[in-house]
Ligand binder design. Structure first.
Ligand SMILES: [Zn+2]
Length: 71
């Protein structure tokens, strides 16, 4: 593994929230947010660490970061 992919794997972990199902409330939890449907949870599993906006895919998050938080 080269240094570039090592750094991007850290970024992956920082921005990704796993979807957890709560059997008691029958809701899906993503980070601190709770959703009724799996598709809603899925659409919010990628979160920007700079402005907390949520996205459905890593690709969308990357585009957002390039557009809004270009380094
Ligand atoms: Zn952002």
């Amino acid at each position: 593994m080269n240094r570039g992919s090592f750094m991007s794997s850290i970024k992956y972990r920082v921005n990704h929230n796993p979807i957890m199902y709560d059997h008691l409330t029958k809701m899906y939890q993503v980070g601190r947010k709770v959703f009724r449907s799996y598709s809603d949870a899925k659409a919010n599993q990628w979160q920007c660490d700079k402005c907390n906006r949520a996205f459905s895919s890593f690709k969308e998050l990357k585009v957002h970061k390039n557009d809004n938080h270009a380094y």
